[in-house]
Design a protein around this ligand. Structure first.
Ligand SMILES: [Zn+2]
Ligand SMILES: [Zn+2]
Length: 165
């Protein structure tokens, strides 16, 4: 997606509010990340001397799997960031950069990177998720199983035998 800011650039305004829904159309990326392709960019572009800066958030939703119970669920993430808007990308720089050409800010690559880097590695459907029973596979959030009662430690069994004799 391109964000057209020609009018802002030629005006006296020092900032421009940005509130844009846009669609990520990179099928490989969508498949890899299981991202909902509609992403919201919210924030403001500032003119600071001869430089342009963006400050705001990106909001996205993706399908993830709970690390404990393996249930799939939707996660919505909001990532705050600041970026510089530059004519030519500086590969050496640590700053987040948007490239601008002919008054159009190119969003896709930078936003995809931000999304990729901000996705949580480990997800929980709920902080109190009880997970699944490692023995019988029952989802302990919905059902109780009898494993804990029936499971016996083989070492204890031996001990019991010894005590019997
Ligand atoms: Zn869970
Ligand atoms: Zn069980």
């Amino acid at each position: 997606m391109l964000l057209k800011i020609n009018k802002f650039l030629s005006s006296d305004a020092i900032s421009l509010k940005v509130n844009e829904n846009f669609v990520i159309d990179d099928e490989d990326f969508l498949e890899k990340t299981r991202l909902n392709k509609i992403v919201l960019l919210n924030g403001e572009i500032f003119k600071i001397d001869d430089n342009l800066m963006f400050s705001g958030t990106v909001n996205y939703t993706f399908t993830g799997e709970c690390a404990r119970c393996l249930k799939e669920f939707d996660n919505t993430i909001e990532t705050k960031f600041q970026a510089v808007i530059v004519k030519k990308e500086d590969k050496e720089s640590d700053e987040i950069q948007f490239v601008i050409a002919d008054g159009n800010v190119q969003m896709d690559e930078t936003i995809k990177q931000l999304i990729y880097l901000s996705m949580p590695m480990k997800l929980l459907c709920n902080k109190d998720c009880k997970g699944i029973c490692p023995n019988c596979g029952v989802n302990l959030n919905y059902e109780k199983c009898q494993c804990e009662n029936n499971l016996t430690d083989p070492r204890l069994e031996k001990l019991k035998d010894l005590l019997k004799n």
